[in-house]
Structures are given as C-alpha cells and as structure tokens.
Design a protein. Structure first.
Lengths: 152, 75
C-alpha cells in the first residue's frame, strides 16, 4: 500500500510489513496499524508510521545502542499480547522525542515498543517498577563529557 | 462518579470479571488489589499519563539533524 508519511513523502509499504497494535499506543488508542520504515539517511533511527488515521510518525531507535545495559522483564500478559513465548525473538525499540534542538533529544525507556516480526503484532509496554525515565537523554554521555570538560 | 465506602479486605466487583479489593489502609495511602482478565490493562494514572504525554510530544519530533548522528556515532 502507498502511505503518505509525515516527513518523507509517500512510501510503498508491503502488506506483510504491517504491524498491528491491538491497544494502539497511549495517546493514540485509535491507531492500530503501523509499519517500521527503514531509511538509509535516518540510521540508526527508524520510523514508526501509522497506517490508520491520524497520520502520525515516531522516530524509534534500538535502545541498546544508547544504553547497552538496558533491561526489562515482560509480563505474561505482555508476551500474550505479542503472541510470543520467547522474548529473544522480539524486536525492541524506544521512541525518541526530538525537539528543534536535536542535542536535547530524549528516549522513552519507560515504555519500549516490542514487536513480534513473525506474527506482525506489537505493543508499547509500560514498565511499572522500572528505574527508567520517559525522558532519557539520547546524548547522555556526550553531554556529561562536555560538562566534565567545561568543569575541568 | 460512583462513590463507595469500603473497609479493609472488602471489595468491589466491576462487570462480571473485575474485582477490586482494599488490602490495607495506611496513613495517607491504601493498598489495592485488582483481579481482572489479562486483556484489561491496569496502570498507575501518573505513569500512563506521562507516557501518553511523551508519545504526543514524540509525534511532534523534528527530523534529527546531522549533529545528532555524528554524536551518536562518536559515543
């Protein structure tokens, strides 16, 4: 299907790339179909594009690239929602919030997006008892290094 | 809004398959147990609200600028 994206014009999405989010996303409960779009110029970001109204898109990224120690536990009901019994087969993404000043971009590590590529279903999981923030600095280390350098 | 008064260990039934039990009453907080089918998601309001707001903000994101890619590659 041909999809009008928010930022990248119209893109052809094969039907077998459509991912269903049964509950939608918090804030967008009415959107159930999305596609993960990979564009060379966006790497390491990917693009989660809604295929239902309203047309929204989210920049997503592999959270382990930003925090290699990132970890969380999926509940049985989360696993059921993504039709999976093996968390190793799931793809994990974090949603990025990128303001005009890209340097202050943040990642939502409290609510990762989990996708079962085999069954094409996904869920934004809410980590209740987690230490992770909805606004984890994307360039955390770089900023800390800069601050340290300035203080030195 | 429906308002009920409940004592410790008393509960409420919502619909046919949701039960809310007052487990403990402390000073300034109550411990609540919820028994519901798995397809019903239950979240702390403030947590759900923070995530809802962050998703709305994320949907307004700008296309990341070149500097961000350079910094990501460097770190």
């Amino acid at each position: 299907m041909l999809v009008q994206t928010v930022n990248f014009g119209s893109l052809e999405i094969p039907e077998n790339r459509v991912v269903t989010f049964k509950e939608g996303l918090p804030g967008f409960p009415q959107i159930h179909r999305f596609a993960v779009i990979e564009l060379e110029e966006l790497r390491p970001f990917q693009y989660l594009q809604s295929l239902d109204e309203p047309p929204i898109s989210l920049f997503i990224i592999n959270p382990f690239l930003i925090d290699p120690s990132y970890e969380f536990r999926l509940t049985d009901s989360d696993m059921e929602d993504v039709h999976s019994t093996n968390s190793a087969e799931l793809a994990v993404y974090a949603v990025a919030t990128i303001p005009e000043d890209s340097g202050s971009a943040t990642l939502n590590l409290m609510a990762p997006i989990v996708i079962n590529d085999k069954d094409r279903c996904g869920k934004q999981v809410i980590l209740h008892e987690s230490k992770y923030s909805v606004k984890h600095p994307l360039l955390h280390d770089a900023h800390q290094d800069e601050a340290k350098a300035q203080n030195a | 809004m429906l308002v009920f008064t409940r004592k410790k260990d008393e509960s409420l039934v919502i619909g046919n398959d949701i039960e809310v039990t007052i487990l403990n009453i402390g000073a300034g907080n109550v411990k609540i147990g919820i028994q519901a089918p798995r397809y019903i998601s239950v979240h702390r309001h403030e947590v759900y609200e923070a995530i809802r707001r962050e998703n709305l903000a994320a949907a307004q994101s700008q296309i990341p600028k070149a500097e961000i890619f350079q910094k990501l590659l460097r770190s």
